[in-house]
Design a protein around this ligand. Structure first.
Ligand code: NAD
Length: 341
């Protein structure tokens, strides 16, 4: 099948071409993001392959459908960038990669915690400058601390197990509690308010849904332990960035580690080192010494890319052969507006 791949990076091409040996799709790689302006590039392609910052809104979907597209294959778990109702209306199916490597994201989350706590970013630069002073590098033991985990699904559960290995107590909050979380030991589900009040480290692993949008806001930040470490490797929209900036300035938030940012589609995955970043909130976050930002790389392991490529192409093969695809997503009440990456 003819497949046009938007937002192609070198690594996408490498892993998709390797996996395509088993499928023989006709893959055409494009660098631009999909949006209303670029949708016409998909003319004549029954299949369109997208990543997290490609925008398939109603207008884009109408153009795709008019030009012959019948399926969108997301090479991500999240689908908040696709208007599922509009896709159904123009009879475009949407398939995704529901799980590729929850370990990749959970492990990166732990990386951010260690980086912030032990100030590894400062230590690395200092030693390279032959500055061997320890002033300003003071951390705390993770052992014995309380970690609050919002969303104990695939990634949250693995993250919980790793933090249990560090000797942390675990508080979980989930709309759909998972018995595997409580089986870890030193772990229990609590109400959100109890988690906020008691967590030394708070990590977000729930999807972005209408009810979780700006879950971290002025009100919830006020309920947190002063000096809390807040980590978000889930979705930028879970956090009200302005409220978090205020929280950092007052000291209520002692550390912030983020791999996702609400306005990331204007920034992430591109080399903007020769441009002036116009996003003031992002620039302000960058200026704080207790903030570490990575650019949506938590998923980025060889294992995850192999798995994404394999599942994406087999989803497309299912579609081409008219087989039902277990990874199809449809607009239902629960997933009506936003999903996860
Ligand atoms: P998952 O579906 O397995 O788990 C999500 C959990 O959140 C579920 O247990 C669900 O019950 C819970 N949840 C749903 N609504 C909730 C609510 N209102 N309050 C609290 N909990 C709620 O998903 P996953 O594979 O573990 O992924 C978690 C998140 O990680 C995704 O939503 C995605 O945004 C993010 N992600 C990020 C990257 C990255 O590279 N940074 C990569 C993949 C996924």
């Amino acid at each position: 099948m003819k497949v046009v791949v938007f937002s192609t990076k070198k690594y996408d091409r490498q892993f998709l071409e390797a996996a395509n040996v088993d499928h023989n799709h006709e893959l055409v790689f494009l660098e631009p993001q999909l949006n209303e302006l670029t949708a016409s590039l998909a003319e004549g392609f029954p299949a369109v392959c997208l990543f997290v910052n490609d925008i398939a809104n109603a207008q884009t979907l109408a153009t795709l459908a008019a030009n012959g597209t019948r399926v969108i294959a997301l090479r991500s778990a999240g689908f908040n960038n696709v208007d599922l109702h509009a896709a159904a209306a123009v009879e475009i199916k949407v398939v995704r990669v529901p799980a590729y490597s929850p370990y990749a994201v959970a492990e990166h989350t732990v990386g951010l915690i260690l980086m912030l706590n032990r100030k590894l970013y400062r230590a690395y630069n200092r030693v390279r400058d032959d500055n061997f002073s320890l002033d300003g590098l003071l951390g705390f033991n993770l052992h014995g601390r309380t970690v609050g985990i919002i969303g104990t699904g695939k990634i949250g559960l693995i993250f919980a197990r790793i933090m249990h290995g560090f000797g942390c107590s675990l508080l979980g909050y989930d709309a759909y509690p998972n018995p595997e979380f409580e089986a870890i030991g030193a772990s229990r589900y609590v109400e959100l308010s109890e988690l906020l009040e008691n967590a030394d480290i708070l990590s977000l692993h729930c999807p972005l849904l209408p009810e979780t949008h700006h879950l971290i806001n002025a009100n919830t930040i006020n309920q947190m332990k002063p000096g809390v470490m807040l980590i978000n490797t889930s979705r930028g929209g879970l956090i009200d960035t302005k409220a978090v900036i205020k929280g950092i300035k007052t000291g209520q938030i002692g550390y912030l580690g983020i791999d996702v940012y609400e306005q990331e589609d204007n920034l992430f995955f591109e080399d903007l080192s020769d441009t002036v970043i116009q996003d003031d909130a992002f620039q302000q976050l960058q200026s704080f010494s207790n903030v570490v930002i990575t650019a949506h790389q938590a998923f980025f392991t060889r294992d995850a890319l192999e798995s994404i490529a394999r599942t994406t192409l087999s989803n497309l093969t299912d579609f081409e052969q008219g087989h039902p695809c277990a990874n199809e997503i449809k607009a239902t009440k629960k997933v009506a507006v936003m999903g996860s990456v």
